[in-house]
Design a protein around this ligand. Sequence first.
Ligand SMILES: [Zn+2]
Length: 75
Amino acid sequence: MKKKAEEIIEPEKKYRVGRWHELPNYECTLCPFSTLSKERMEEHITEVHAPPPTPWTEVKPPKYDRFGNLVEEKE
Ligand SMILES: [Zn+2]
């Protein structure tokens, strides 16, 4: 009995591995891009879908209470 072509979905990697003839085919889950090269796919994810670096200083919008007074948030 022949095994069905397995499809491995790796959520962290944002691509899945399918089959193209006898070769593993790497398919981006975020856009129609696909490639036979795992390196190329990892490059694609990094270049196209990598989130921008998070700034260390988080800017919070000012908060006001129901009287319209600025609420200072304590760390
Ligand atoms: Zn993509």
